[in-house]
Design a protein around this ligand. Structure first.
Ligand code: SF4
Length: 535
């Protein structure tokens, strides 16, 4: 903590202590704006003290960052979970603290709640371990949350609260039959009064010593694979006037990360960036949409020397299936613009295992990379250097609440073969480096994303250090049944205990359009009622 700036170190006397836990390493947690904002919001309340916990590194003890207290000293434990597989770490942390990881076995002790987008996606696998789930954005509920906590009222008074003891039933084949709880509407901030700005600085994150400012939340591009695009609907570009207030807070010469650019108006981003540059700030930007890259924005990106584009697929055909309606020519034009302004590293994100993917789509990835490389070389070789391509390929996991929730997960062996082939193919492209995920971890992600409370023995075994294959044998249901089959149109999903306001009929229609490769328009805020998320 010595290296941090902007943390809260409060006296405990007369205050209600909350442990805010990120079930992953300090570096990962402190790179997460949502987690940082929860910490900063809660600590603004005089009557609360909120301290952070992270997954301890090898040899470290589980202690709060601020006062080095054990987890059990706190009156409330609040997990912020962004990634499905961090549920295993949540269990490890409870055990490490000397608490039973199982809700039903805990007697007394602080209540354990969990929030964060992994819980909005599918809360059911969390239910054996936590007492309740907070399906809400902090800006929308902090006042009520604090009121309920301080008045010792039941958590059910918090908007977006889902108690973990609801029941579900299965039919003889193992399909979900009934959820004995009405859907809980996850609560979002429709408007904000102050800019979503984190002032908590640390050298030990990817955003080293960086103020993080969110320009907008959500994305209205309507990519069919994207969970965040649905979870944060409707997309909310924050008003320019609200964002301008951040300029008064951010000091001269600071490092500033602008994030949430997917749906923000380029004029807003550019004017904010220019104002920050006028204050001698150093800027970094999150990934950008290739067809939204203006000359001015390219100039801004050039300062960080690295830019990121996500083509997702190797062919336009498959991009149409996922409704990422980017043409190859858009990607090549973006690469050319970036090369012209002096980018030295271009990061490119792809996925494999998407519904309807063919051999040609896979072969399209190295083909597209060669085309991009050619364009970059044309621009930079005469100037005496080459741009490095850093390519990341991830295994596709069909996520809840998206049009692909009906799709199967491809499976470990098929994905391994594809990734092996890609590694060989990309090796032949100069100055191009490929990294891939591990399909077996994608399978675990798929299980937690698509499964339910029956995963309990698997998760406990993983938290005890068993390997995935050993843990899979403990499941009472065939894992293939959970992840590898195309779901039926009317099949009930465990995640339907959460309502995002997006109609099931809209998702099904999008799934059918995907199967026939038909595109859909993105959000037109104020003039569209298509998915149901807009009032
Ligand atoms: S109703 Fe239309 S504009 Fe609103 S979130 Fe849905 S698709 Fe987007």
């Amino acid at each position: 903590m010595k290296a941090e700036k902007g943390y809260f170190k409060k006296r405990w006397t007369g205050r209600f202590p909350i442990a805010l836990v990120f079930p992953n390493t300090y570096e990962v947690g402190m790179s997460n704006l949502g987690f940082r904002l929860v910490y900063e919001y809660l600590n603004r309340y005089e009557d609360l003290v909120c301290e952070r916990f992270f997954l301890p590194e090898e040899g470290e003890k589980l202690r709060s960052v601020e006062s080095s207290r054990p987890l059990t000293d706190f009156a409330l434990i609040l997990f912020s979970v962004s990634f499905e597989t961090d549920l295993v770490n949540l269990i490890k942390i409870l055990k490490e603290a000397g608490l039973s990881p199982l809700r039903e076995e805990r007697e007394g002790g602080p209540p354990v709640l969990a929030g964060g987008i992994a819980t909005w996606l599918n809360p059911d696998p969390f239910t054996p371990f936590v007492d309740g789930l907070l399906l809400a954005e902090i800006e929308a509920i902090h006042a009520r949350l604090v009121e309920v906590i301080l008045d010792r009222r039941p958590f059910t008074a918090i908007p977006g609260f889902l108690p973990a003891d609801y029941e579900i039933t299965f039919d003889e084949e193992g399909r979900l039959k009934e959820i004995k709880h009405p859907p809980v509407t996850r609560v979002i901030a429709r408007a904000i009064k102050e800019p979503p700005l984190s002032r908590l600085l640390t050298p030990h994150t990817v955003f080293e010593e960086t103020y993080l400012l969110e320009i907008g939340r959500g994305c209205g591009r309507a990519c069919r694979f994207c969970a965040a695009g649905i979870l944060y609907r409707p997309p909310r570009p924050w008003p320019r006037e609200t964002l301008q207030k951040a300029l008064e807070i951010i000091p001269q010469g600071a490092k500033v990360g602008l994030i949430g650019l997917e749906f923000a108006a380029s004029e807003t981003v550019e004017s904010l960036a220019q104002a920050l540059l006028a204050k001698d700030c150093t800027l970094t930007f999150s990934s950008l949409r290739a067809d939204a890259l203006t000359e001015t924005f390219a100039q801004l990106l050039a300062r960080q020397r690295t830019a990121t584009i996500a083509p997702e697929t190797g062919t336009e055909r498959l991009r149409q299936v996922i409704n990422k309606n980017l043409k190859d020519e858009d990607l090549l034009a973006a690469a050319r613009k970036l090369a012209r302004v002096g980018i030295r590293v271009l990061k490119l994100y792809f996925m494999v295992g998407l519904p309807g993917e063919t051999r040609e789509d896979l072969e399209g990835i190295p083909r597209l990379l060669r085309q991009i490389k050619h364009v970059l070389d044309q621009e930079t070789k005469p100037r005496g250097y080459v741009v490095e391509l850093r390519v990341s390929v991830a295994s596709f996991v069909p996520k809840p609440h998206t049009p692909f929730q009906w799709a199967p997960f491809e499976g470990v062996s098929g994905l391994k073969k594809k990734l092996k082939w890609l590694k060989q193919a990309v090796k032949k492209i100069p100055n191009t480096h490929l990294t891939t995920d591990l399909p077996k971890w994608a399978k675990l992600q798929a299980l937690i994303a698509r499964g339910d409370r029956r995963l309990k023995p698997l998760l406990l075994a993983l938290a005890e250090g068993k390997n995935l294959n050993q843990a899979l044998t403990l499941l009472p249901v065939n894992p293939q049944f959970l992840v590898s089959r195309t779901r039926e149109k009317d099949e009930l999903f465990p995640w339907e205990v959460v309502s995002l306001g997006v109609k099931r009929s809209f998702l099904w229609e999008e799934w059918e359009k995907a199967l026939s490769g038909r595109p859909s328009p993105g959000c037109v805020l104020g003039r569209c009622k298509r998915c149901g998320a807009c009032p």
